[in-house]
Design a protein around this ligand. Structure first.
Ligand code: PBG
Length: 337
């Protein structure tokens, strides 16, 4: 404790700073800005957009809507978007080979976005096989085992074609061991030394991903399966420091913690330990939870969303992936007027 000259109450009154809006603002340690937001977007290979029942207000964007949405992101000052494909089920196979097709939905979408918006906005692409596999797993499967090294070879291909299409940040979300180093080498060999890698470094086997799996159409395929042999157990936190250390050694430019609000302890430990650009993902189940309560009138949507995102910043996040990004950016822009 600091040595207070005048001692505690009544000399010290904590409420003095809280008494006025101006003085509350004056002592703020943490603030949220639109620069902190990354907007995950789902795309579908058709003209019309589709709603996603478990993510009310979020859509699988059709070919028209995606460009309008990116335009909106640019005008709101959102620095980056993350593109996720709802791949047609006829293209999903055991070997997830569509992940390496240079004309797949993600690549076509990224090319279109980059043609139109260039460097106005950063584009992030996930690297993992689940949107393309008939079993819904992030890696190749043999005899019920998720294969590590064989999967990495495909992930490298996936990273290369996405970078060829113009992706700025490759975000491996698969949790195979050693993939960051191999993807870095593969990108460098192809002249993509300037493409960043944002590693999903500490990613937990979480039930909060349910609505995302509905959105990309992998939940039915995954069925009663789970991802516990590669995603982390919610009982661990030291392991996250180990994961992050390895990914940084292998060449990750930034790291991500996922899910978000239930794992703020992990986020805080990672940021304090490594002091590198650290992101957190407010995942689909968190969005669904907050939205559902707001829809019922049980919580105030704007207040609760802003408070939830502020908690990420307080824990040390440099940025947050959130489905609320556009809404939040417009609230923040409004309050600045
Ligand atoms: C794919 C991936 C997932 C998410 C992002 N990338 C799902 C999973 O690992 O099963 C989840 C995002 C969210 O829930 O919003 N590997």
């Amino acid at each position: 404790m600091p040595d207070f000259a005048r001692g505690p109450f009544p000399a010290t009154r904590m409420r003095r700073h809280r008494a006025h809006s101006w003085s509350r603002r004056m002592v703020e340690e943490t603030a949220l800005s639109s620069n902190d937001l990354i907007w995950p977007l789902f795309v579908i290979d058709q003209v019309e957009s589709e709603s996603i029942p478990s993510l009310p207000g979020v859509e699988r964007l059709g070919s028209q809507a995606i460009l309008q949405t990116v335009e909106q992101a640019c005008s709101l000052g959102i620095p980056a978007i993350a593109i996720f494909p709802a791949t047609d089920s006829s293209l999903k196979t055991e070997d997830a080979i569509e992940a390496t097709n240079p004309d797949n939905l993600v690549c076509k979408t990224v090319r279109k976005i980059k043609e139109r918006f260039g460097d106005e906005i950063g584009v992030i692409c996930d690297v993992a096989l689940d949107p393309y596999s008939s079993h819904g797993q992030d890696g190749l499967v043999r005899d019920g085992i998720i294969l590590n090294d064989e999967t990495i070879a495909i992930l490298c291909q996936q990273a290369i074609i996405q970078s060829d299409a113009g992706c700025d940040i490759i975000a491996p979300s698969d949790m195979m061991d050693g993939r960051i180093g191999e993807i870095r080498d593969a990108l460098d060999e192809q002249g993509h030394q300037d493409v960043q890698i944002m590693s999903y470094a500490a990613k937990y086997a979480s039930s909060f991903y349910g609505p995302f799996r509905d959105a990309v159409g992998s939940s039915g395929n995954l069925g009663s399966g789970d991802k516990k042999t590669y995603q982390q157990s919610p009982c661990q936190t030291d392991e996250s420091l180990h994961e992050v250390a390895l990914d940084l050694l292998e060449g990750a430019d930034s790291v991500m913690i996922k899910p978000g609000m239930p794992y703020l302890d992990v986020l805080q430990r990672v940021k304090e330990t490594f002091k590198v650009p650290t992101f957190a993902y407010q995942v689909s189940g968190e969005y669904a939870m907050l939205s559902a309560a707001a829809e019922r009138g049980w919580l105030d949507r704007k207040q609760i969303v802003l408070e939830s995102l502020l908690s990420f910043k307080r824990a040390g996040a440099d940025g947050i992936l959130t489905y609320f990004a556009a809404e939040v950016a417009s609230w923040l822009n409004e309050s600045r007027k």
